[in-house]
Ligand binder design. Structure first.
Ligand SMILES: *Cc1c(COP(=O)(O)O)cnc(C)c1O
Length: 420
């Protein structure tokens, strides 16, 4: 169905109802002013053009109103995080009461593990996928140590089989069969940052719960990329960041999901702060802590409004496009990229990401035999912004909101050129 020529790519762009969204973003340019092929939205999403107005509005309320901006601002700062909740909940498929934007990803992961990792003498192990992002692995290891458990003893890796790149669900079942009664928590990435593999979240949650384990997901590469349907998975918690597919700026705040069954669960440990306290008595100061029900009850501090303004701009853009449309285009655009890579018929390249669109988002991880970082440098010189992971993988992620079929076509041409 796809065709390997520029006319076809241009025709797809002409027929694409999301094509006008490209112009709503700032696209990075080379030193000589040419537009680059930006395929790095999995690392840092591009800036929506409306973001600066959203931030300027808060700067001007601050300039004009000072502290009164908390209540008198156009978007008052006191409840500001609430303006993000509904749109964010849609993106991850959750109820608004289950979602809050706060802190950053790794911080939220720790807060969630304080609540949802409560090891006992016999049930204390944590399962992570073997290629987990380093920060997640460090966080999990340090939680184990915090409870006096040696990570060598307490950490179980869900690994691909020898000679394979992807994790198989059956192997997680095997782990649960053999160690289910020792495992307290499954902490899995939803879409793996390295391979691009998306895991079956609902099946994993059911498997974990059947074995009386709690289950949490890291959606850093899932949020804004796939539809994780968090509520329906039944997962206990999830965390994500907003600077990758959610286009909210470097280091911007993270998102956090707590399933509604835990909304008022007082048996959970938690580290708390005043922003998680009952809104009606928050400013009476000397009150005993009274947790807000739902995910909001895990908030610690009054949040950075400038960063939240950028998230609001981005979420408004997502809402305008509609996540289902975004995902539809994504499946097609990444399918086109895969087709063009197949067309190259080059034995040196091997796409390690699953071929089934249900098992991936927009990223393809391309392994290049005997390549080194030189390859990435050459691609950069050719005007492609991609991402290199040692030892031999280029990650490219055509983001459906701003990437075009033409981008994907020219990328494949440039890769061909560089591999010669
Ligand atoms: C990007 C990413 C992080 C980064 O964590 P921060 O706390 O936002 O710096 C962590 N985990 C995964 C899986 C990621 O992809």
């Amino acid at each position: 169905m796809f065709q390997n020529n520029i006319e076809y790519a241009k025709k797809q762009d002409a027929d694409d109802k999301l094509a006008p969204f490209r112009n709503k973003f700032h696209l990075p340019k080379s030193a000589t002013g040419e537009e680059l092929i930006y395929l790095c939205g999995n690392s840092l999403g591009l800036q929506p053009k409306i973001t600066s107005d959203y931030i300027k509005n808060e700067l001007s309320d601050w300039a004009n109103l000072g502290v009164e901006g908390h209540t008198e601002g156009k978007h008052p700062w006191l409840p500001y995080h609430e303006f993000l909740t509904e749109n964010m909940a849609k993106i991850v498929g959750a109820k608004p009461s289950e979602v809050v934007v706060m802190n950053t990803l790794t911080t939220n992961l720790h807060l969630m593990m304080v609540s949802f990792y409560q090891p006992t003498k016999t049930k204390y192990k944590i399962v992570v996928e073997s290629d987990a992002f380093p920060s997640d692995k460090y966080a999990v290891e340090s939680q184990l140590k915090f409870h006096g458990i040696d990570p060598k003893e307490g950490l179980i890796l869900w690994k691909p089989r020898k000679g394979e790149d992807l994790c198989r669900y059956e192997d997680l079942e095997k782990i649960m069969e053999n160690h289910g009664n020792e495992i307290a928590l499954l902490m899995i990435g939803s879409t793996n940052y390295y391979t691009g593999q998306s895991f079956p979240l609902k099946k994993i949650t059911e498997l974990g719960h059947k074995n009386e384990c709690l289950v949490g997901f890291d959606l850093a590469h899932g949020a804004g990329n796939i539809q994780p349907n968090l509520h329906d998975t039944g997962a206990d918690f999830a965390v994500w960041c907003t600077y990758k597919y959610l286009n909210s700026g470097p280091g911007s705040l993270g998102g956090c999901f707590v399933h509604e069954r835990h909304a008022t669960n007082e048996k959970l440990n938690r580290f708390v702060g005043w922003w998680g306290h009952n809104k009606n008595t928050r400013f009476n100061m000397r009150h005993e802590f009274d947790a807000l029900p739902g995910a909001e009850g895990w908030q610690l501090s009054n949040p950075p409004i400038l960063s939240m303004a950028a998230i609001r701009a981005s979420l408004d853009t997502f809402a305008e496009a509609g996540f289902e449309n975004i995902r539809d285009k994504s499946v097609k655009l990444t399918g086109y990229l895969e087709f063009l890579l197949d067309e190259m018929k080059n034995d040196a390249i091997n796409v390690i990401t699953p071929r089934n669109p249900e098992e991936r988002g927009c990223q393809l991880s391309i392994q290049v035999k005997n390549a080194d970082k030189n390859l990435h440098t050459k691609l950069t010189e050719a005007g492609v912004i991609s991402d290199w992971r040692e030892p031999d993988v280029i990650r490219v992620a055509p983001a459906p909101l701003y990437n075009s079929f033409e981008d994907v076509f020219y990328f494949s041409e440039k890769l061909k050129e560089v591999l010669k």
